[in-house]
Write a protein that binds this ligand. Sequence first.
Ligand SMILES: [Zn+2]
Ligand SMILES: [Zn+2]
Length: 322
Amino acid sequence: MGTVVLSVDAELGWGFHDFAEPPRDRLTSARRGWRTLLDLCDEYRVPATWAVVGHLFLDECAGHHADHPAPPGWFDHERGDDRMPPSLRFGDGLIDRIEAADADHEIGLHTFSHVELGADGTTARLADAELSAAVEAAREWGLDRRPRSFVFPRNNVGNLQALADHGITCYRGQAPTARADGYGAVGRLLRAAVGTTAPPLVEPRQDSLGLVDLPASLFLFSVEGPARSLAEAVVGDPVAILARRGIDEAAATDGVFHMWLHPNNLVTPRDVARMEAIFEHLARVRARSDLRVRTMGQVAAEARGAGETAREAVATDGSKPE
Ligand SMILES: [Zn+2]
Ligand SMILES: [Zn+2]
């Protein structure tokens, strides 16, 4: 039985707070895109994994976070004349909308302030502080379940011990296609869309810390700008084509197709149309097959259960327990 997973990097302004020139259109669309995506998930009955930046659980802050071991200036955008507006620094009702949605979404984490956990300068202490603050903010907000799933900012995987120490059981690893092969990600995706290749199905794998890595298959906004327009003129929306193939492939096998996006990727009507096209196809395939849509936490729980069963089978097979 195949599985489709949708994960959502929910960050409002936090994905760009360390940019000198944040993309204004994506910031302007961030809150609207969040609501639109929730509406689409309800319309098409798609439970997603919302990896939320922990700071969004707060109602307010002094803009200093003096106890946080972040590098100097990390929270500067919360203060001063040129600060980011509160609507991009706090959830202000948007997380409540995830909880209130008809679709049974999972709420996971995306650090506290979008620190790249895999970056060279990110110490174990900083990573621990990011996880600790995010878990605490979610708890104080009133999240009834402890967050289990995690997405790394910029998919920069690292400091896995901090995840394990704070109750995370599953994270999104890098897509197999993200590895360099000399063509670049966009060129590779365009060639794939014109051809017949499907984006990769992925397999959850448990590491030595007990964490389940559920890698990405496809970033839904990886082909943009002129390359997208060019491809659309020739073959139609290249990413929708790839997503449909991935969904078909998952339905035909036991694999997992894991797609992801940020709500602030939904900037223009054609971005929303892309999501509708993908969700419509998903609905058609679900109606005629046993394809499932699951959250990261659900897939990880199954993978861990399967691992336990396999170990028990070995144990009852005559091998001595240690
Ligand atoms: Zn703050
Ligand atoms: Zn992010």
